[in-house]
Design a protein around this ligand. Structure first.
Ligand SMILES: C[S@@+](CC[C@H](N)C(=O)[O-])C[C@H]1O[C@@H](n2cnc3c(N)ncnc32)[C@H](O)[C@@H]1O
Length: 225
């Protein structure tokens, strides 16, 4: 795909993973709501199609890609359960990568209102107001899924993740771990090791990626059930 940019520069987009496009420096997803951005990100038009810049400083999954993610966890037909969707920054990109449903769980009402707006033009993004600690609250809405993506800064984030993985029979999991939320006084390195040991008891860790410099004290764990 080729597009002429300002000052005569030619912009090319290559599909790095299905639904994820790369211009040699930055990543993009195809905008499902043409003419509008979700969190102030810029858009580009290439061959008549609009793409949204996927900001690694705003989205941990984009940060993971920039930091060397090789096992991309979302496929074109992945059914996804997203835990801790907030106002939909990352969930909007995920819903533009998969053509299948993305169930976005958020328990705080304020970001949830923005999430609803973002989902209005994205037919496969389903916002669910619920507590991720209690999958029984949303099991009547959410079916079995392929991938669970979790970004919840809570002390019990690993327990929440494993509970949902098992509850929804997910095959792939992405845990965006914030070490300081698990234990504010312990060295992040120690927390990462302890969490890796715990995850290994129930899953196979495919990749663990430190998200610095985009996110301090965060590790992205990509696991297989
Ligand atoms: C770091 S923010 C998520 C940012 C978002 N994943 C993104 O990249 O666009 C964490 C979110 O998790 C939500 N959260 C925390 N604990 C939760 C729980 N038990 N159930 C549901 N949502 C929760 C918070 O309200 C907050 O909006």
């Amino acid at each position: 795909m080729v597009q002429k940019r300002g000052r005569g520069r030619i912009m090319r987009l290559k599909e790095k993973y299905p639904g994820v496009f790369f211009d040699g420096k930055d990543y993009y997803t195809r905008n499902a709501d043409s003419g509008r951005s979700v969190y102030g990100e810029r858009t580009v038009t290439v061959n008549g199609k609009e793409y949204r810049y996927w900001d690694p400083a705003r989205s941990k999954l984009s940060a993971g890609i920039h930091r060397g993610l090789t096992k991309f966890p979302i496929r074109k037909n992945s059914k996804v359960l997203y835990l801790g969707a907030a106002s939909g920054t990352t969930a909007s990109h995920i819903s533009e990568i998969t053509e299948n449903e993305v169930y976005a769980i958020e328990f705080a009402e304020r970001p949830f209102r923005s999430l609803i707006k973002v989902s209005e033009k994205r037919g496969n993004l389903m916002p669910v107001l619920a507590n991720a600690r209690l999958p029984v609250q949303y099991r009547h809405i959410v079916p079995e899924v392929d991938t669970i993506y979790q970004d919840i800064a809570q002390r019990d984030q690993v327990g929440i993740f494993l509970k949902n993985m098992s509850f929804f029979n997910a095959k792939i999991g992405v845990l965006m771990l914030k070490a300081r939320s698990v234990n504010v006084s312990e060295k992040p390195k120690k927390v990462f090791q302890r969490v890796a040991d715990e995850l290994s008891e129930y899953t196979k860790i495919e990749q663990a990626i430190n998200l610095k410099p985009y996110e301090k004290d965060h590790m992205a764990f990509i696991v297989k059930a």
